[in-house]
Design a protein around this ligand. Structure first.
Ligand code: SF4
Length: 61
């Protein structure tokens, strides 16, 4: 599973970086993904973060 953040949509609310800090970190202006290849044990947490993102900026593929 892969994940990315649409930087045009992210509002830097901090939800994903608080919930899954192993995958999402706050950059200078928006959240960033540390590694787009999500490990199996983090897949559910990343999917939950994508569902919870108020800007729908987290794209899981
Ligand atoms: S939850 Fe969504 S809007 Fe908030 S920081 Fe993460 S990607 Fe950006």
């Amino acid at each position: 599973m892969k994940v990315r953040i649409d930087s045009e949509l992210c509002t830097a609310c901090g939800l994903c970086t608080d919930d899954v800090p192993d995958v999402f970190v706050m950059g200078d202006e928006v959240a960033e993904v540390t590694n787009p290849d999500v490990s199996a044990e983090l897949e559910d947490a990343v999917k939950d973060a994508a569902d919870s993102c108020p800007a729908e900026a987290i794209i899981v593929e």
